[in-house]
Design a protein around this ligand. Structure first.
Ligand SMILES: C[S@@+](CC[C@H](N)C(=O)[O-])C[C@H]1O[C@@H](n2cnc3c(N)ncnc32)[C@H](O)[C@@H]1O
Length: 221
C-alpha cells in the first residue's frame, strides 16, 4: 500500500506529473475554491475601502478576490501557479468588476508590489505552502503601508470539528509531520512582531463556523 503513504520529503514522479496531479486535485475541489465562506469572512474582516490597493496572496480561483472587488478597492490576485492564474484570469474576464482586479505572478516570498504599496492584504489556505515563513513575513511587512492590515488564515482541516477533517486524515495520515499542523500561529505572530507589525493576534478560532489558525496584525502609523 505504498501509494497511501504521503511524505512531502519524498515526492514521487517528475515535476510535470506532480503538477498535473495537483491540477486534477484542484479541479476536484473546484466548487469550494470558487466560493468560500471562510474567504468571505476574511475579506469582511479586512474591510477593503474604495480606492485602496489590497492583495490576496495565493488567490487561487479567487473567492476572496471577487468578494473584495465589490468594495471598489483595487485587488491584486497574486499566485505563483500558472493554472490558478489562468482560472482567475478567466473568472476576472467574466466579472462586471474586472476593472478592479489584476492577476499577477508572485508568491508571498516575492510580492510584485513596491515598498508600502499595499493598504491591506490577506491569505487563505496558503501558509502551509509557503517556502519560507520568515521570508514571507518580511515581505508582507515590506509592502504594507503605515496603518496597513493583514489577516492570514489556514483552515484547520486536522481538527475533527472541521467538515473535511476525515478526508484530510485519510490523505495525510495521523502524523503531525507536515501540512496544516505544521503552521504554528504563534511562530508567525512572533515573526510579525519582530518585523515591526503591531496589534498582533495569533490564535486558533472559528471563522464561518470552521476551526482555523489565524494571525492578524497591522503596520503602525
Ligand atoms: C489551497 S489553495 C487556496 C487558494 C485560495 N486562497 C482559496 O482560499 O481558495 C493554495 C494556493 O496557494 C498558492 N501558493 C503556493 N505556494 C505559494 C506561495 N509560496 N506564496 C503564495 N501562494 C502560494 C497556490 O498556487 C494555490 O493557489
Amino acid at each position: 500500500m505504498a501509494n497511501v503513504h504521503h511524505d512531502h520529503d519524498h515526492q514521487h514522479g517528475n515535476a510535470k506529473d506532480r503538477e498535473l496531479k495537483s491540477i486534477v486535485r484542484y479541479i476536484k475541489i473546484a466548487p469550494r475554491m470558487w466560493k468560500s465562506a471562510v474567504n468571505n469572512a476574511v475579506v469582511d474582516l479586512i474591510d477593503p475601502q474604495p480606492g485602496e490597493t489590497v492583495i490576496d496572496i495565493g488567490a487561487g480561483m479567487g473567492p476572496g478576490v471577487m468578494r473584495a472587488a465589490r468594495s471598489g478597492a483595487e485587488v491584486l490576485a497574486v499566485d505563483p501557479t500558472p493554472f490558478m492564474r489562468s482560472v482567475m484570469g478567466a473568472r476576472r474576464l467574466g466579472s462586471r468588476k474586472r476593472k478592479f482586479v489584476k492577476v499577477v505572478d508572485g508568491a508571498v516570498e516575492a510580492l510584485p508590489v513596491h515598498d508600502g504599496g499595499a493598504d491591506a492584504l490577506w491569505s487563505v489556505n496558503t501558509m502551509h505552502h509557503w517556502n519560507s515563513v520568515s521570508a514571507g513575513v518580511i515581505e508582507i511587512a515590506r509592502v504594507l503601508t503605515p496603518g496597513g492590515r493583514v489577516v492570514l488564515v489556514d483552515e484547520n482541516f486536522a481538527d475533527p470539528r472541521h467538515p473535511h477533517s476525515e478526508q484530510w486524515h485519510k490523505r495525510h495520515g495521523d502524523s503531525d509531520h507536515h501540512g496544516f499542523s505544521m503552521v504554528d500561529a504563534t511562530d508567525i505572530g512572533d515573526l510579525m512582531s519582530q518585523s515591526g507589525l503591531c496589534d498582533v493576534v495569533a490564535d486558533h478560532r472559528d471563522m464561518a463556523g470552521r476551526p482555523v489558525i489565524a494571525v492578524t496584525a497591522r503596520m503602525p502609523h
